[in-house]
Design a protein around this ligand. Structure first.
Ligand SMILES: Cc1cc2nc3c(=O)[nH]c(=O)nc-3n(C[C@H](O)[C@H](O)[C@H](O)COP(=O)(O)OP(=O)(O)OC[C@H]3O[C@@H](n4cnc5c(N)ncnc54)[C@H](O)[C@@H]3O)c2cc1C
Length: 387
């Protein structure tokens, strides 16, 4: 069995689409990507890629080009939003490599998309921009990979996805030039400032010249789910008034921000049907609290290509779903529960939880890291399940 010369169309040129296209073309398939945008990677935002995602980039032969544009943080820090005091610190940098075999990386999203699209073109993929697909019935290919994102029209058209419900959480995102921040506020870390009903995540990109932020607030008023919906930075500052000095100085430096409503999407019973497979956010949209949505898309891409190559279209698509779905579902659930951990309201439960984390972090940092072994320690490129 092989997918050599098989004609495959990939709908969507995001992380999932480009990684899938690359993996498939590297195995000899004739791959076309149809992307509605006229330019790839317009969104100015950050993306963290844990060691399990780095494993896929490496297997695609993109480790070097990705490393050249990645930032390697020293740590993930959890801080109390009001006092700025440390609640927990997970060493990353060399500690991640020692524990999970690969680094933890942070990118400007556009840089990772460039790495992937260069990789796809080098593998022979035909990327067609400005091509909006209204129905997948218009696509004639022996396999169709729908990588059309969180609001996937294919999911609704073919898999009958149910409507999503607003979580009561919104996320502002944006980028701040590091030079506009006070010195102490720029750290080579993923920093999570945790407060009741809200949190702020910051991390550096592009050699520390710019800082990515994502600020989440629990609230009743609804917001749309989309990358490019601008909001007044004053609304963001108002939502975080009362936060400590570091948070205030970071948010005071924001002059452009975008608001994203966070939605719960029902778990899809099925990811594949006939010759069609969903990949990435199209099949496992998740809350961004574990920084694994795009990483799961990388894992999908690798497994999908390997299984199609190994077993042909019908059995290969089934195997892809059988291997990837349980893990992605576990990640979706873990991401959702992180919101609760970050947003604990004030009072005894918050104090006890923070004190507990502080003790573990100081006395047994490896126990904290060990909580992520199932996630970061997995290497889907080495998985060889007996079927
Ligand atoms: C605030 C925030 C922070 C995040 N941080 C992280 C992180 O640090 N790490 C991480 O791993 N994940 C993170 N994620 C999740 C990550 O962004 C997504 O999981 C990832 O982008 C999914 O990639 P995708 O290719 O499936 O979808 P998308 O990136 O949405 O790509 C879908 C593509 O399909 C195209 N498309 C859609 N419909 C059509 C059509 N009809 N015709 C043609 N083209 C079409 C779109 O234009 C788009 O280019 C974050 C998410 C959010 C909201």
């Amino acid at each position: 069995m092989s997918i050599r010369d098989e004609e495959i169309t990939v709908l969507g040129g995001g992380i999932a689409g480009l990684a899938s296209a690359t993996a498939l073309a590297q195995r000899g398939a004739v791959v076309t990507v149809l992307e509605q945008a006229t330019e790839l990677g317009e969104v100015g935002a950050g993306l963290q890629v844990g060691p399990n995602g780095v494993a896929v980039l490496e297997a695609l032969g993109l480790r070097e080009t990705a490393a050249a544009v990645a930032n390697v943080p020293d740590a993930v820090e959890l801080l109390d939003m009001a006092s700025g005091g440390e609640v927990a610190r997970l060493p990353m940098g060399q500690a991640a490599v020692q524990r999970w075999g690969r680094p933890y990386w942070q990118f400007h999203r556009a840089d990772l998309l460039t790495v992937l699209s260069d990789g796809a073109r080098a593998a022979g993929v035909d990327i067609r921009l400005g091509r909006q697909v209204d129905t997948i019935k218009d696509i004639s290919a022996s396999v169709v990979i729908a990588a059309d994102g969180v609001r996937s029209a294919t999911r609704s058209e073919v898999f009958g996805g149910q409507p999503a419900s607003f979580t009561g959480q919104v996320a502002w995102r944006g980028i701040i030039p590091a030079e506009t921040l006070p010195k102490g506020a720029v750290k080579n870390a993923a920093t999570v400032y945790m407060g009741p009903g809200r949190h702020l995540v910051t991390y550096p990109m592009r050699g520390g010249t710019i800082i990515n932020f994502v600020a989440v607030e629990e609230r009743n008023s609804w917001a749309d789910e989309g990358w490019n919906i601008p909001d007044d930075p004053e609304n963001l500052r108002r939502a975080f008034s009362g936060a400590g000095q570091d948070v205030q100085s970071i948010l005071n430096a924001v002059d452009e921000t975008f608001l994203w409503g966070l939605f719960n999407h029902p778990y899809l019973p099925q990811w594949t049907k006939d010759n069609i497979a969903l990949v990435g956010d199209a099949c496992h949209p998740m809350l961004p609290y574990l920084a694994q949505g795009a990483v799961m898309a990388l894992e999908d891409a690798w497994v999908l290509a390997r299984e199609l190559d190994r077993s042909g279209v019908t059995e290969g698509l089934r195997a892809y779903e059988r291997i990837c779905k349980p893990r992605a579902t576990r990640v979706q659930k873990a991401a959702a529960s992180n919101a609760t951990a970050y947003h604990l309201n004030s009072g005894p439960s918050r104090l006890v939880a923070h004190a507990g984390l502080k003790v573990i972090s100081r006395l047994a940092p490896s126990a904290l890291l060990g909580r992520f072994d199932w996630l970061y320690g997995e290497d889907v490129t080495k998985l060889d399940l007996q079927r």
